[in-house]
Unconditional design. Structure first.
Length: 227
């Protein structure tokens, strides 16, 4: 691999983006390690069976984070998306460990809303991005995602099945989506060619459509009207 990056730690591998990204990294030839707070969970066991080196790590245990990072070349940092989570504080635990362990390249998963030019002011990940640009010495890339296509199988599924497509914005508003594996694909590019991805922030999207277009697709696939 370019710049000697042979192994990647996926921090937060048992979320939504983590498993798909870990598999993309494996397909690209990287050795993959993953962290979780629940090593006995079903997903953690499944990933271990697929060859991911699973380790315990918690933002509240900096020593465990450093231990999990020992010997890896790259880190893909996925932080929780829940509101009220102190993203910068938790991310700094990983940034500090990456510097202490001599990690060669770090990719931070952010959101489009954190883009300082087109996003919203004072969102948590925007504050983390600012910290990265001003303080992180490890070579880094910021990848800004939009809504996940997989949300339709999880957090939005019940609403779509029982109510329909709900959104407060205008009918002609273009909603943007991306698949988890495609996020891993962009991170793979950064790890394969870190020299050209160092200190870059990019916005990525897989598809976009309006709510009426979404409703039409779901109606056609489900064989009944979806409002």
């Amino acid at each position: 691999m370019t710049k000697g990056i042979k192994s990647i730690l996926v921090y937060g591998v048992t979320g939504m983006v983590g498993p798909a990204s870990a598999r993309v990294f494996q397909e690209a030839g990287f050795n993959v390690r993953g962290t979780t707070r629940h090593l006995e969970g079903e997903l953690a066991k499944q990933l271990a069976a697929e060859g991911v080196d699973m380790r315990f790590a918690s933002f509240d245990d900096p020593a465990a984070v450093e231990d999990a990072m020992d010997g890896v070349d790259g880190v893909f940092l996925i932080t929780p998306s829940s509101l009220g989570y102190d993203d910068k504080r938790c991310s700094c635990v990983v940034f500090n460990a990456a510097e202490a362990k001599g990690v060669k390249h770090l990719v931070y998963l952010s959101y489009l809303s954190a883009d300082p030019d087109v996003g919203y002011a004072k969102v948590p990940k925007q504050q983390t991005e600012a910290y990265i640009r001003e303080n992180v010495k490890t070579s880094w890339t910021i990848v800004r995602s939009v809504d996940l296509m997989e949300n339709f199988h999880t957090r939005w599924k019940e609403a779509v099945l029982t109510i329909g497509i709900g959104d407060p914005r205008d009918e002609d508003f273009l909603r943007q989506f991306i698949a988890c594996k495609d996020i891993g694909g962009f991170a793979t590019r950064a790890f394969k060619d870190p020299e050209n991805w160092t200190n870059r922030a990019i916005n990525i999207v897989g598809d976009e459509m309006t709510n009426p277009e979404l409703a039409e697709i779901f109606s056609r696939v489900m064989g009944r009207p979806v409002p």
